[in-house]
Design a protein around this ligand. Structure first.
Ligand code: OAD
Length: 254
């Protein structure tokens, strides 16, 4: 990653009056949490249609729950990294920052971020498939799977968004608004292959990408910083605010 690119990205961030951030699994990679795609990615060893669809849950809720409890255990043993912490610190110091995450791991919360829009739900939240009752749970095991709803006895499911399901309406509307209003969208650790979340990048006035690997958007954003979030976010987000200068909006990839 060139020093010039980092300097340009720092200039854009420093000039922004408001920042939106879109994060994906890559921001948690340096905490030891596997991403979905790429080397060591979860989707190399597991099939999404067997674990992350409503049909999979209807057919085999026990296996789906076992997979999510296994992921909970890995996340519970992990700590937020310097990338999560830099975003939380930026929000604390600068205020006008909305964090939109595709991650369900809760590491942004644990790092201290407050304004978080979880567009793919939350692994630590459960929802009843019968009555819709919701509860927060940090359980890593249950006596019976799927666990029964304490209100009506129907199976509880992880309150995450599965393939083929809609994103939470209000959260998504807020995410769209935050991106439309922000001077800069910082896109961190996402392969940008899953829609509609990836589509937010095309709506940004100005986008900066942080990712060690090129994505379909890398050549369309104002600055693509090639490297790990845990190193680049602390380097990028320090400093005060300058006057906003122009930044070309990203063009959708062909
Ligand atoms: P992916 O696993 O598709 O992409 C992770 C991205 O993180 C890749 O582009 C990596 O290059 C990048 N990366 C790896 N290490 C990094 C690091 N240290 N710093 C910065 N970036 C790094 O994850 P997502 O794009 O988040 O959805 O995946 C989107 C959705 O697909 C997930 O929310 C999940 C998945 O299927 C559902 O389960 C519905």
């Amino acid at each position: 990653m060139s020093e010039l690119a980092l300097a340009e990205a720092r200039r854009l961030v420093a000039a922004a009056e408001s920042l939106a951030v879109l994060t994906g699994a890559g921001i948690s990679a340096e905490s030891g949490i596997p991403t979905f795609r790429g080397p060591g990615g979860l989707w190399r060893n597991f099939r999404p249609e067997h674990l992350a669809t409503p049909e999979a849950f209807a057919q085999d809720p026990r296996t789906v729950w076992e997979w999510y409890l296994w992921r909970r255990a890995a996340i519970a043993a992990a700590e937020p990294n310097a990338g999560h912490r830099a975003l939380a610190e930026y929000e604390r110091q600068q205020g006008r920052c909305t964090l939109i995450t595709q991650n369900v791991d809760g590491l942004h919360d644990r790092a201290g971020s407050r304004r978080i829009l979880k567009v793919h739900g939350d692994l630590w939240q459960e929802r009843c498939t019968g009555c819709g009752h919701q509860r927060r749970s940090h359980a890593l095991a249950y006596p019976a799977l799927p666990p029964p709803c304490p209100e009506c006895g129907a199976p509880l499911r992880p309150a995450v968004v599965w393939f083929g399901e809609s994103l939470p309406r209000v959260v998504w509307a807020e995410a769209e608004r935050a991106v439309a209003q922000a001077d800069v969208l910082l896109v961190v650790g996402t392969a940008a292959q899953v829609y509609p979340a990836a589509g937010l990048i095309t709506r940004a006035r100005c986008a900066i990408e942080v990712n060690p690997t090129p994505t379909p958007f890398s050549s369309h954003v104002a600055v693509a910083l090639a490297g790990p979030a845990g190193e680049l976010l602390p380097a990028l987000l320090g400093g005060g605010r300058d006057k906003m200068t122009t930044c070309p909006p990203p063009i959708p990839p062909a």
